[in-house]
Design a protein around this ligand. Structure first.
Ligand SMILES: C[S@@+](CC[C@H](N)C(=O)[O-])C[C@H]1O[C@@H](n2cnc3c(N)ncnc32)[C@H](O)[C@@H]1O
Ligand code: SF4
Length: 459
């Protein structure tokens, strides 16, 4: 059940915006890759990836992603690939296998790889026992040349930050932490089953900074049940107490056909598209007043943050982690569901942790699916990335790469995009629709497995 949110304080989105949402706010991919994960197929498996790894010479600095699949409890909105466990030994056993996968992969490389970025995501990496984190880092340093300037980051659930963990992160060289906060309103928190008092956030940030993990990101969500413009205003005000250098403001992706537990949230008031946009716009207003600059479609940064600087210089990138300053062409992903990126294409590990663990009892890499990229894919990926990162794209072949010409012209007619000579620009009004503009260059949309119905809403 989707109902309009009750918020008597101020009107919701203006009528013209509602018409635009109806026209262009439908499901579109998030474009953390192109082709998107829906084009991945079983034809790209371990044998293909072994070949890609074997050709990895002069790769420059690669990035590493480690998927830590476990959480202490389930948040009802969660769209991540995770399993709940209360047993530390389950996580320790998973880490054993993750280390084995790293060793198998490194053994296939023709030369020692330099690593310039390491990111631990999940699930909840801050829930991994400290002794196991130490083991992971010992093996990373044994197998790869981790550069002195590497960005080392972790997704942290402030509810699962054991005493001693901040100090360990400082010791292991972590320099950035992303805190999952979502919303600070207690009614919203109870409905989404994630109770996390603001004092807990304040304490976590203070402990991390004291331990030397200086760069703090936070994740917020808009579009959750019971959220209003007033609750969002308070959530942003609470963030100002933490002064993170980056804030990711993700639109809640409601995909109960994939994540059945999300259906419970339909018992409450889920903001509809216009209410979502109104709440999003409120956050934008408050964050702008507080001195943050909008980066891409869903990030806000202090102007001194490297991501804001990269965006200004046209050097922002997009990969499976979302927006990033990391320009590495090679990303090695380890763990259940982890995606790797090579020059030749993408490959994803088996998604379900139990099946991933089972596959690793046999020889070879635990690859489930992937896709090889063609020259056309690379060109379209460039355009989509430019649009989502810098709100503009240019290049002589832009016109040839356009797939949905009429739709783009309609969006231009509605003031969401404009041509400035050979450059296509998303207007300020069009920023919330940037994914829909980018989708005009997607040659796969609506084809094969990539049916629109499988994506979450575009706005
Ligand atoms: C792996 S979690 C972060 C680490 C830790 N598990 C936590 O929740 O604090 C990654 C982020 O994904 C976002 N997320 C989770 N489910 C989502 C959904 N259904 N739609 C949009 N974003 C979602 C949340 O903002 C969350 O902080
Ligand atoms: S949002 Fe984070 S803590 Fe909550 S279930 Fe998902 S991955 Fe786990």
């Amino acid at each position: 059940m989707q109902v309009a949110i009750q918020d008597s304080e101020t009107p919701l989105a203006a009528k013209p915006e509602m018409e635009l949402i109806a026209k262009y706010g439908g499901p579109v991919p998030r474009y953390t890759s192109y082709p998107t994960a829906l084009q991945f197929h079983a034809g790209v498996g371990a044998a293909t990836v072994e070949g890609w790894l074997g050709s990895l010479r002069d790769a420059g600095e690669a990035s590493v992603y480690l998927h830590m699949a476990y959480c202490k409890s389930l948040c009802l909105y969660c769209g991540c690939n995770m399993k709940v466990t209360n047993k530390p030994e389950t996580i320790t056993a998973y880490v054993d296998v993750l280390i084995d996968e790293m060793r198998r992969t490194a053994a296939l490389l023709p030369e020692r790889l330099k690593v310039g970025a390491i990111h631990l995501g999940g699930g909840t990496p801050s829930y991994v026992p400290m002794k196991d984190l130490r083991r992971v880092f010992a093996v990373l340093n044994e197998l790869f040349d981790v550069t002195d300037s590497a960005e080392i980051s972790m997704e942290i659930d402030p509810r699962q930050l054991a005493e001693g963990m901040p100090a360990l992160l400082g010791e292991l060289g972590f320099n950035r932490a992303s805190l999952g906060i979502q919303d600070t309103n207690d009614v919203v928190q109870q409905v989404i089953r994630r109770v996390q008092p603001q004092e807990m956030n304040v304490r976590a940030v203070s402990q991390l900074r004291t331990a030397g993990v200086q760069d703090i990101n936070v994740d917020l969500l808009y579009g959750l049940p019971m959220q209003t413009r007033a609750t969002m205003r308070q959530t942003v005000a609470d963030m100002m107490e933490l002064k993170p250098s980056r804030i990711a403001l993700f639109g809640y992706a409601h995909v109960p056909w994939m994540k059945k537990h999300q259906a419970v949230l339909e018992n409450h008031e889920l903001p509809d598209a216009e209410a979502r946009l109104a709440i999003f716009n409120t956050a934008v207003e408050e964050l702008t007043k507080a001195g943050y600059v909008a980066v891409g479609i869903d990030h806000f940064c202090l102007p001194t943050d490297p991501m804001a600087i990269a965006a200004k210089d046209g050097e922002l990138k997009r990969n499976f982690m979302g927006y990033t300053t990391d320009a590495a062409p090679v990303l090695l992903g380890f763990g259940a569901s982890a995606i790797s990126q090579y020059r030749q294409g993408y490959a994803q590990n088996i998604t379900a942790p139990a099946e991933y663990l089972d596959a690793m009892t046999r020889k070879g890499l635990p690859i489930a699916r992937g896709v090889a990229v063609s020259e056309g894919d690379v060109a379209r990926r460039g355009v989509i990335e430019q649009l989502l990162c810098g709100m503009r794209a240019e290049g002589r072949d832009l016109d040839d790469l356009l797939v949905q010409r009429e739709r783009l012209e309609a969006m231009i007619g509605d003031g969401l995009a404009e041509w400035q000579g050979e450059r296509l620009c998303v207007t300020e009004k069009g920023r919330p629709f940037a994914r829909a503009v980018a989708a005009c260059f997607d040659a796969y949309l609506g084809k094969g497995a990539s049916t629109m119905g499988r994506h979450s809403k575009g706005v």
